[in-house]
Design a protein around this ligand. Sequence first.
Ligand SMILES: [Zn+2]
Length: 589
Amino acid sequence: MVDRQVHCSRCFVILAAALFLALPSCTLAQPHRAGTVDLRFDRFYNYAEMTQALKDLAASYPDHLTLESIGHSSEGRDMWMMTINNAKTGSDRDKPAMYIDANVHGNEVQGSEVCLYTISFLMKNYGHIAKITELVDTRAFYVLPSVNPDGRSHWFDNPNTSSSSRTGKKPTDNDYDGLYDEDGYDDLDGDGWITSMWQPDPNGRYRRSNKDPRIFKRVPRNEKGDYTRLGSEGIDNDGDGRINEDGPGGYDMNRNWPSGWRPNYVQYGAGEYPFSYPETACIGEFILDHPNIAAVQSYHNAGGMILRGPGAEDREDYYPRSDVAVYNEIAKTGERILPNYRSMTIWEDLYTVHGGFVNWTSEGLGIFSFTNELWTRAQYYYGKEGDWPREEQRLKFGDLLQFGELWVSLKPYNHPTHGEVLIGGWNQYASRVPPTFMLEELCHRNFAFTMYHADQMPQLSFSRVQVKALDAGVWEVTAEVTNTAAIPSISAIAAARKIGARDKMSLSATDGGTARVLTSGTLSDWLSRSMTLTERQPEHIWVEGGVASHGQRFFRWIVEGAGPLELEYKSQKGGTIRKAAALEPTEPE
Ligand SMILES: [Zn+2]
């Protein structure tokens, strides 16, 4: 059996009894002492277990973790969002933040384990690994392990294929007959899985392999086989002549976002309008309420891909060259962190997606966003490359490394429409999720890539502050702000389309100082001699375009007065930095 449940209640009773015997006069151990939660990553978590794991983490690390439900799914399940932030180093909203989610497709489950791993690894190693401590202290993280808790619940709790339960569970009429969800899969043989049905047929397109009868091979065009593939297990529940044509739900929440959205007749599953599902609506609201989000990762499966937009060819002009350079820089390192994964553009290298989630966050909000497609066939390595045809190699891997656990033997079944058929094949854990013994590595490598991405969010600092006397009581103050990271404080697309606020550089007197700004500007203002005395608020410089990838910006004020002052650079996605100075000459550099 695949380890899907926590069988812990009995262990707990034994443990509690042992504690009671060992410490008869002591108070009972705290159930959630800081740092005691210890999650395993050689197993999957269904929705209830995932919820419990999140609650345990939040209770164990109250200084850094805040768990909230940001809304409810169609069937009323909580949409859990974990905020990771060190309040001692400032509010999450004043820091560059990374938003991480997973599992919008209900069957694409392991992204949620990556999310749990992320929270757990950051908390366990905070204070122990300097780089992790720095990430947690200087950034905020918003982690939503399951975008589609209904889809997740049904995938674990009901018979499915590896590809079903992808949709949310709002009842939908997929075959336009006025009925909702009336003809889904049926677990005909009652074994808990939805596998494949094969009908013996002298004119069939498939033939069973003599070498391994589990394999059905497609026959060449001019030959006849002995089997016809009927698809997944099911019957014609509504008597309309079709099988499995209107199962639970039947739409795609990853087509329900506003950037480049197209209606259902153009693109299946789009929903009635963007944000029309309760899940997408509450996530949209959360993200719009957090303009400090500077990076996005949304985990899917499968295929081993590091995907970026555009999702459609007609959206290419939302990706200016300087933004593409940043995407490439991050993704190229990603290919090294994630062997067998390839950096790809959604429409060009995969397929066209209108109104996808990362399309919205990158094109609509100007946030550098990736979707990792977790797990790839290439990781079923057994023997040497090219030793066997792919299907044979997969079966050998399954037999020898997974002990046949995921293969359901073909058995005869008397089908009400098709007569004698065979039912069996790979079960729902066989192709899109990793073998459990390889799950932890998948979690760690994808977590590491996402932390590299987070580390590339803007890192701003004052690299130079210079004060020079121009005349009695008149000063020239010059400052340079440097961004050492790959992600600019404002993406080129955001600057071009005026998405979000501009960055703002300010000079103000502090502690009894009398500094009064006469004029100010950026380097280009200075060089073009466009700094004038007519500005209403010359202490503030609005910074079009922010600070570039690995770039600097230069600012200058002409100030009269004396005493201390403060420089402040404020950026929605780059955070706020401050530097004290004074109206007295600095050492020339
Ligand atoms: Zn997906």
